[in-house]
Structures are given as structure tokens and as C-alpha cells.
Design a protein around this ligand. Sequence first.
Ligand code: ATP
Ligand code: MG
Length: 285
Amino acid sequence: MILTLNQVTKKFGDKVAVNDMNLELNEGVYGILGANGSGKTTLMRMLATVMHPTSGQLLLDGKDIFQLDDAYRDLVGYLPQQVGLYKNFTAEKFLLYIAALKGLGKEQAKQKVDQMLRWVGLEAHRREKVGKFSGGMKQRVGIAQALLNDPKILIVDEPTAGLDPKERIRFRNLMSSIAANRIVVLSTHIVSDLEYIAREIVIMKDGQLIKKGNPQKLLARLDGKVWLVTISDAQLAFYQEQYKVGNIIRRENGIEIRVISDEKPQRAAIVAAPNLEDLYLYYFD
Ligand SMILES: Nc1ncnc2c1ncn2[C@@H]1O[C@H](COP(=O)(O)OP(=O)(O)OP(=O)(O)O)[C@@H](O)[C@H]1O
Ligand SMILES: [Mg+2]
């Protein structure tokens, strides 16, 4: 299975939200990384066929996804960035309702809903109203509904926004466990979400794809460019002005800052192992 974007552009009036994107997606998890407004949601809505491109094509194994129509949609699970969950439904009712919309028969729907509730760890809460759930629980209901039809293509838009760290880990593990034999496209601006699960990272900026590659390779580009520097309060403004500065930690002997720089910023600077946060800073700041 291969999903291809061929010179895909989406405009809203004069605004170019996605600009001439070319991309090939196979089985595995793809992390779409980008700042607010960089075009992630627009891209995902097109992949979910919720929105047509202004120009260019989206192809599954060479066939236009909009022409494939239901044959494509049957393969897709989509968790939008803003999920409208029916607050007064119980988790179970809501999922049964979505299963019916997706055309599952009654018995199959029941089975599938049971399986999903177990899978996302909401079995004990199946008869509770979704409106009373925490953000993380709602997100799990969202994921469960996207997976009901056992999609071969799973599109999840900012799935971890608003989750606490524990829920985020849980979500990551869930994604890893379902990724086999599927194309999973996941957008986020929380880079640590992707470090362990993404096979490829796609960095978007102003509607364009500016970088793509596996996390290790992308990180290797930053080898020897990330530094830990200890400075005084008074020096902070200077460093922030001169360099891309990541984490700032207050220590007993001053402030330790994480600096991204081709050259060693200070004699006592210590080189650090790059992480995805650094990569993000490197491309976005
Ligand atoms: N329906 C719309 N009408 C007009 N402009 C839009 C519409 N949808 C998106 N845009 C614009 O297109 C650009 C890309 O938006 P998009 O929502 O795809 O970004 P994003 O990367 O998902 O951002 P975020 O991280 O905030 O979710 C933005 O400038 C946005 O204002
Ligand atoms: Mg978005």
C-alpha cells in the first residue's frame, strides 16, 4: 500500500495552506511536525477526503482517492483535531453509533466496540457519559472510534494535545502497537511524542515540506551542534539574542542553557546529544 501526494496545493482565497507537497507514505508511523498554522490539519483533512486539494493529486496505489470514494474511505480511520463527541452518550453508545455510521452490522459492531473499549482501557467506564470524561479519556474514545473499522490508513491530528504525561505515554504505546501493516499519519507539535514511534518525520513550515527523514538520521544532522552552557543571569539576554536557545535550567552555580550552534558558544560549553526538540528549534526558530 502506498499513499502518494503529487504536487498537492490547498488555498483558502489568497492563503496557501499547503504548498506543492510531494510525499510518499508506506506502512508505518509518520509524524507530521510543524508550528501552528503550518498546514498540518489541512493536509490531514485532504488525506481523510474531508477536503479537496486546489490542485495536485492524492493517490492510493496510483488511484485518485476521491475517485476511489467509499472504497478508499472504508480503509480510513480519522481522528480530527477537534472531535465532536456526543457528550450525553455513554462511551459504549457513542461507539455503537459510530460503528453503525461506518456500516458495521449489529453483532460485528458489538464485538468491535467491546474490543476497542478494552484496547483503550475504558471498559470500566463504558456506561459513563463521555461528557464527564477527562481529556485523555475523551481522546481514547476518539481513537477507538477511528479504529472501529480496522482502518489500514489511520489519520490522527494532534492526538496528544491536552493529555497529561501518563496518558501521553499510554497513547504512544497504543500507536506503536497498532502501527504494523498500517499507514499511520500523526500530527503534533509535541516532538517527544514522535521520538520513539515515528518511522519518518515530516517537517512542515508555511505549508511546505521542509524536511523528511527518519528521526535518527535527522538527529544525526545536529551532532556536535547542541551545547550545554552555564551562564549568569546577566548573560541570558545576550545568548538568546545570538543563538537558538532551548531549555533553560536554573542551577546553583548559574543558569544552564541548551544552545544550538555550529560553533562552540563558549570555552566551557559541553556538547550534548541532540533530541527532537533541538531539531524543531533548529528548523523553526
Ligand atoms: N477553512 C479555512 N479557511 C481559511 N483559512 C484556513 C482554513 N483552514 C486553515 N486555514 C489557514 O491555513 C493555514 C494552515 O492551517 P492548518 O489548520 O492546516 O494549520 P495547522 O498546522 O494544523 O495548525 P495548528 O498547529 O494550529 O493546528 C493557517 O494559516 C490557517 O489560518
Ligand atoms: Mg492543526
